[in-house]
Write a protein that binds this ligand. Structure first.
Ligand code: VGL
Ligand code: ZN
Length: 240
């Protein structure tokens, strides 16, 4: 009689290798349910090629987001929605250039090229998004003197957008975050979602970053520390 150890040894690594990956993959697939929502962050013309604050490879998130969105019954989109002359624009601070920082009453602010001005074509959502079931569009950053990277909370740290209350009233427990830019609006949204008590997944290949002054590495580190789960679109089970 072979004992357990001898059987395992006889099976050897080939048997394990051919068996384990698919089993692991199946176990790892995440299935969005009715308590899950996909948050599609700022997939707007200004952040896409030709836009005033174009994110490198930003257009590549669109097909990935369209694909994963099919697995969600709840999808919320956001739009960065600034006034003309918004405080986050370098153009309104004399002697300042885009990507420099200034101190504002609510803290440090990165200055940007003018972008996502209310009602302009640059502020429009990408026409290539194909998510007809999206149920809510949250606009943010519309107070002239306060920025809002996060879809939940403005940069003053206290003015809410109403999104947490909306999601809670819809019984959402888990949010999946995708879009632009990984290191600003995606990361701030993911961090605030954790603070609001949601289970949070950021879908890495459905996002692209700006990466200024180490912002991308810092964003991933902050998100890991806050318990945000970093996943790939392939980790989400294909729709039934
Ligand atoms: C964003 C910079 C300025 C973003 C918005 O969507 O990540 N970044 N405004
Ligand atoms: Zn903005």
């Amino acid at each position: 009689m072979l004992n357990r150890r001898q059987i395992l040894a006889a099976l050897g690594t080939t048997a394990l290798a051919s068996f384990a990956p698919s089993a692991l993959f199946a176990a790892a697939a995440i299935k969005p349910d009715d308590t899950s929502a996909l948050l599609v962050i700022d997939v707007q013309n200004c952040f896409l090629p030709g836009g005033s604050l174009a994110v490198k490879e930003g257009e590549q998130v669109v097909p990935v987001i369209n694909r994963i969105a099919k697995t969600f019954s709840n999808v919320v989109m956001t739009q960065d929605w600034h006034t003309p002359g918004h405080v986050s624009f370098a153009s309104v601070h004399s002697g300042k250039k885009p990507f420099e920082t200034i101190d504002l009453p609510y803290g440090k602010q990165v200055l940007w090229p003018d972008h996502c001005v209310q009602g302009t074509d640059g502020a429009a959502l990408s026409k290539d998004l194909a998510i007809p079931q999206a149920e809510l569009i949250i606009r943010k950053g519309f107070h002239k003197d306060v920025d809002s990277y996060s879809a939940f909370l403005e940069a003053d740290g206290k003015t809410t957008t109403g999104l947490a209350a909306y999601l809670k009233s819809r019984k959402i427990k888990r949010v999946f975050v995708a879009g632009l830019a990984t290191d600003f609006c995606v990361a701030w949204t993911a961090l605030d979602a954790r603070k609001a008590g949601f289970e949070v997944y950021v879908v890495e290949d459905a996002c692209r970053g700006i990466d200024t002054q180490g912002s991308l590495a810092k964003a991933w580190a902050d998100m890991a520390k806050a318990g945000v789960k970093r996943i790939q679109s392939a980790d989400i089970a294909a729709s039934a």
